[in-house]
Design a protein around this ligand. Structure first.
Ligand code: TRP
Length: 361
């Protein structure tokens, strides 16, 4: 059995630095390392619709944004299959069968769904489709026999449920589906990048994001306004790096080479941190450093995005071809699923023979 990576994003907005450090960068590395037999990356528009049913236009607009973000960050359609969830109707079919193998109370226990229900004020009135999305997510994964799902900690309950459903399916019918493992981000900063306001998470709804598609001026404006250390009033004051968003970002994005290039007074971030903590380093200088680091990271992404933007029909073409390829893989699994459940009536010569015997008497 091959090693198969699968992961995706809800296309509800442009991708930002939090996505980049938390997942996108890793995906590009995994893609280029070539240790996996196949890699599927998709836009979970069906899932996004479970809490945006009245606003499909939002999803429609963001498919292309996310596709451009994927491609400009370095995902390569020659190496990974990029597709749109709703283009794979097999996923809806598998969801239907998996729903019979789990109880309402089991789905209700999912902590991620519980938090989301609160956040969306769904308590009194949960859309059934939203409630069932963890089962649909299990189908997203199982339909491709994915072995490895790179995702954040918040997705652990989904992967756990997927494993349970796969086991339930395999023991009830026949061992066809594959239990996936979650692949968590490597370090703490990759797990959760704070917003530019220092709040715990970079998130569109908090308005504290630096987007991969932001232009140079926009990034500089955002970096200039970043939260640092409220007790660091004068340059000579001792500063704190803990909880200081500029330093959290430098932790996440800067390298020793960046120091040689942009701030040779220091060999590395540790030296800068020591100097800042002792006092005598202004926030503005640190922000300029961060801006240079981010610009070095984002410039090539921006340049690639600009190129891809010149031929938008081709982007849709890439997604269409990816969706066709993904559909083939899912259809193959669904043939096996139906055979395992013995509902593949027309391919079942034995069934047809038995039934003709039965009615002959
Ligand atoms: N739930 C994921 C998110 O909110 C998106 C998603 C849908 C996903 N299906 C998936 C992620 C399957 C990994 C595997 O971002």
């Amino acid at each position: 059995m091959g090693k198969i990576i699968l992961t995706g994003d809800r296309p509800t907005g442009k991708l930002h630095l939090g996505h980049y450090i938390g997942s996108l960068h890793r995906r590009v590395q995994l893609q280029n390392a070539g240790d996996y037999d196949r890699m599927f990356i998709f836009m979970a528009d069906v899932q996004a619709l479970t809490d945006n049913a009245d606003n499909p236009e939002k999803i429609r607009q963001n498919i292309i944004e996310v596709a451009l973000d994927y491609l400009s960050a370095g995902l390569d359609p020659a190496k990974c299959t990029l597709y749109i969830q709703s283009c794979i109707p097999e996923l809806a079919e598998l969801t239907t069968y998996l729903m019979n193998l789990v109880s309402v109370s089991r789905v209700q226990r999912n902590p991620t769904v519980k938090t989301e229900i609160k956040m969306r004020n769904f308590e009194a009135n949960i859309p059934l489709g939203f409630f069932c999305y963890p089962v649909s997510q299990a189908a997203d994964i199982a339909a491709f026999k994915a072995t490895t799902v790179p995702a954040g900690e918040d997705q652990s309950p989904m992967i756990e449920l997927t494993r349970e459903l796969v086991n339930r399916f395999n023991s009830t019918y026949a061992p066809v589906l594959v239990e996936p493992d979650i692949m968590l981000p490597e370090n703490a900063t990759a797990r959760r990048l704070p917003g530019t306001d220092g709040k715990e998470k970079m998130s569109k709804s908090l308005g504290n994001c630096i987007y991969l598609s932001d232009d140079r001026d926009t990034v500089w404006t955002k970096v200039k306004s970043m939260y640092t250390d409220p007790t660091h009033l004068n340059v000579s004051d001792p500063g704190h790096v803990e909880g200081n968003a500029v330093f959290t970002y430098l932790d996440a994005f800067s390298t020793d080479d960046d120091f040689a290039e942009f701030w040779p007074e220091f060999h590395n971030l540790d030296e800068l941190k020591a100097a800042y903590t002792a006092g005598g380093i202004g926030d503005m200088k640190c922000k300029k450093m961060l801006n240079s680091v981010l610009d070095k990271l984002l410039s090539p992404i921006r340049a690639r995005r600009h190129e891809f933007e010149q031929d938008i029909p081709e982007i849709y073409n890439i997604l269409r071809k990816g969706s066709e390829a993904a559909r083939e893989a899912a259809a193959q699994t669904m043939d096996e699923v139906r055979r395992a459940m013995r509902i593949n009536y027309f391919d079942d010569a034995e069934l047809i023979r038995q039934q003709s015997e039965r009615f002959k008497q």
